[in-house]
Design a protein around this ligand. Structure first.
Ligand code: PLP
Length: 359
């Protein structure tokens, strides 16, 4: 029997082609073969990020880079935009790194507004902002472009953006936005096995990093930059991830970025329409719904755990029962990665059967 298919918002289903790439034989990480592999993936990754800066491979999950950005770049105080589980946690992480941090917090499901960011930064004392573009726990997409424009009104403020669950789902052009760090884990929108992250850093941020003490070693941005000049990583990386990334970047550029964005928009709309047709409401504030996943408010008060169990048993599909404090009050269906109209259609017809069976 085939494995249960993941429609949770990460990790998501990994294609046979990606697994095959992941399992290729090893090369030495200081070998010419590695340097060639690294160099071969660079242009594609730069296209996906919309940048001329080098794109780095981190052997660690997204949090590795999220923490590193704080350690490398915050001297004075970081403004943490908080609107859900991941963005809320970034505040604690900043404190654990020994940095001064302040909250810009909204209720789960609400979006961060550019005016609020401007108001906070205008009070002064900040030298960095953290922003999660797509807050996966609440299925809410923040207005990245507008917020980035506001941060750029403050030349000394570094903008750290997490695009973990929006990368290649919607455009997030790094250079154009004027962001300073952009990072993505690989097990969400890129549909790779978990365990690595990709990120890019602006010249302004490199300059800042050189002035910050206690950057540590493993995730020192300056070390990454130095090693990238010879197409290498500071430490032995997950070479398997680099193979898988090469395969995935090829897939994405073959499909075409615009077609990929359009595919996500269509499949996401299918899920939203299904939810509304079945009497459910969206959890996010109207106008800020994610395109990567749908966080559905359980206003019908169905037994979410029972629905998830039915899906697993009868459809061999895993859905998410809601994150943290909104578990059961919401549930989430992902359309990230390789999903298309046929596979999302199959998910939704299984959901129909589940709701009918449990009615
Ligand atoms: C999943 C996720 C993370 C954390 O990823 P890890 O791989 O667990 O480190 C961070 N930010 C967002 C938006 C996420 O969806």
């Amino acid at each position: 029997m085939s494995h249960p298919k993941l429609f949770i918002p990460g990790p998501v289903e990994v294609s046979a082609k990606t697994y095959e790439a992941f399992c290729r034989p090893m090369v030495g990480h200081r070998s010419k073969a590695f340097q060639e592999l690294y160099a071969a993936v660079q242009p594609g990754l730069q296209t996906l990020f919309g940048t001329r800066q080098p794109v780095f491979l981190c052997t660690g999950s997204a949090w590795c880079v999220m923490e590193a950005a704080i350690r490398n770049l915050v001297r004075q105080k970081v403004l943490v935009c908080m609107s859900g589980a991941f963005s809320d946690k970034w505040f604690d992480v900043a404190l654990k790194c020994g940095k001064a941090a302040e909250k810009l917090q909204v209720e789960w499901g609400r979006a961060i507004k550019p005016e609020a960011v401007r108001e906070a930064l205008a009070r002064g004392g900040f030298d960095a902002v953290t922003l999660i573009h797509n807050e996966t726990s609440t299925g809410t997409m923040n207005p990245l472009r507008e917020i980035a424009a506001v941060v750029r009104e403050f030349p000394d403020v570094i903008l750290i953006t997490d695009v973990v669950s929006s990368f290649t789902v919607v455009p997030t052009p790094f250079d154009d936005l004027g962001a300073d760090v952009m990072l993505a884990g690989v097990q969400k929108a890129l549909a790779l096995p978990p365990g690595a992250a990709v990120f890019t850093v602006s010249e302004r941020a490199f300059a800042r990093a050189t002035e910050v003490k206690d950057r540590g070693y493993y995730m020192d941005f300056v070390e990454f930059k130095k090693n990238a000049e010879s197409n290498m990583t500071p430490t032995t990386p997950s070479i398997s991830h680099l193979y898988a990334l090469q395969s995935k970047v090829d897939d994405i550029l073959t499909e075409g970025l615009e077609a990929r964005y359009a595919r996500h928009a269509v499949t996401n709309q299918m899920v939203r329409s299904w939810a509304v047709a079945n009497g459910f409401e969206m959890f996010p504030e109207p106008g800020y719904e994610s395109v990567s996943l749908t966080c559905i408010r359980n206003n019908r008060e169905v037994d979410v755990a029972a629905v998830a169990q039915w899906m697993k048993t009868h459809a061999n599909i895993v859905i998410d029962q809601g994150y943290g404090k909104v578990k059961g009050k919401t549930f989430r269906l992902s359309n990230m990665g390789d999903e298309n109209e046929a596979t999302v259609g199959a998910l939704l017809s299984a959901m129909d059967r589940a709701l009918a069976a449990l009615a």
